[in-house]
Design a protein around this ligand. Structure first.
Ligand code: PLP
Length: 367
């Protein structure tokens, strides 16, 4: 395989290892692993999950649900507030697969109840602190009202309550992740107890996010976990403490197009349109847009200390290079950028291969 343009390379062995490790953990705790497929959006990577015994998945849009349903996945949660403008597509999906949706208002449930033509599973989205979507866990009347509306709908089953503790992304240690997980799952157990004390029984609890799924060891009362990013991990997860560098399974191979000796910087063909402008701050307080893997052969080599992407404009990346890297690298060589956020890199790049040169299909390339 000749790399001419920015190309996403996946270390398949590491990705498989990440998948099997998470599945084993979920099995150990008796929890269903329903991985979020928005991270990879790929039928090829989906096969790797199938090989580990995963049968149920999470997606973030109706279009993504259709893509994976067309690839034979028959139990799918769309973990995004229901978009009522896509009712026809929702009906089409509900006819052919076991479909789960998230609701957080009685109005939405009413609309679904009046327009759904097949059976639907509903989860009430609970906000345990990330403040993106969901009913705050300390608003029992609202939660009860939504549950009651679902109970009155003929074709809708109340499956459970669901949260995404996305505030773990502000953590910077395993201890901080654990603390958020304990707090969030405690809130979920309390909401379930409140619903069970009314007439709602069999309520399951579904939680998400890679940091807690990777680190937490208390899963009392939890029925399902939905991490997605863990299949690849990335720089953010590495800084948070969810993974080691040796777990990261993706790099963006970027052609070197210029060198600037005065500032010891390397210009690469690979910028915001290839791995996004999502930056983070490293241990030394520097804003970075990617780290540099030392080398890539049959696996992804260790991170090269002292080198990082300091700026990403549309197609350019500017790499602050350690002296030995700067001296060694020539124009036309490749630099391997470890993305800050692997889900975005995977979403942006059309050219995706494993390290062995196997083409990885994804939503934009078709099945
Ligand atoms: N569930 C929901 C509702 C999400 O929004 C996400 C990610 O945003 C996930 C699960 C997966 O979490 P992560 O990206 O940390 O793996």
């Amino acid at each position: 395989m000749v790399i001419r343009r920015p190309t996403l390379l996946i270390d398949k062995q590491r990705a498989l290892h990440n998948i099997y490790r998470m599945k084993t953990k979920a099995d150990r705790y008796g929890i269903q692993l329903r991985p979020h497929f928005k991270t990879h959006q790929s039928a090829t990577v989906g096969e790797w999950f199938r090989s580990a015994g995963v049968e149920a998945i999470t997606v973030s849009s109706v279009a993504m649900a259709r893509y994976f349903a067309d690839d034979g996945w028959s139990d799918i949660t769309i973990a995004f507030p229901v978009n009522l403008r896509e009712m026809d597509e929702i009906n089409e999906l509900a006819e052919r697969i076991t479909l789960h949706v998230l609701v957080e208002s009685a109005e939405t449930v009413d609309f679904l109840a009046n327009n759904i033509t097949h059976h639907l599973n509903a989860w009430i989205k609970i906000d345990t602190g990330s403040h993106r979507t969901g009913i705050a866990s300390d608003r029992p009347e609202e939660i009860r009202a939504v549950a009651g509306t679902i109970a009155n709908a003929d074709r809708i089953t109340l499956k459970g309550i669901l949260t995404h503790a996305g505030h773990t992304y502000n953590a910077r240690s395993k201890e901080e992740i654990q603390k958020i997980h304990e707090d969030s799952t405690e809130q979920m157990r309390n909401v379930r107890a409140m619903l069970s004390s009314e007439r709602f029984s069999g309520i399951e609890i579904s939680v998400g996010d890679t940091p807690t799924a990777s680190v937490a060891e208390n899963w009392d009362g939890i029925d399902e976990m939905r991490p997605g990013n863990f299949v690849f991990y990335d720089v953010i997860q590495y800084f948070i403490g969810s993974c080691g560098f040796e777990d990261i399974a993706v790099v963006v191979a970027c052609p070197v197009v210029a060198k600037h000796g005065g500032r010891q910087e390397i210009v690469i063909y690979g910028g915001a349109v290839h791995y996004s402008k999502d930056g983070t701050v490293d241990e030394e307080g520097r804003k970075i847009f990617g780290l540099i893997a030392d080398h890539v052969s049959d696996t992804i080599g260790p991170v090269r200390s002292g080198s990082y992407v300091r700026s990403a404009s549309q197609e350019h990346g500017i790499v602050k290079a350690a002296k030995d890297l700067f001296n060694r690298i020539k124009q036309g060589d490749l630099l391997y950028v470890v993305p800050v956020h692997s889900c975005l890199a995977m979403n942006l790049l059309n050219d995706v291969y494993t390290l062995d040169g196997e083409r990885v299909t994804h939503m934009r390339s078709g099945l």
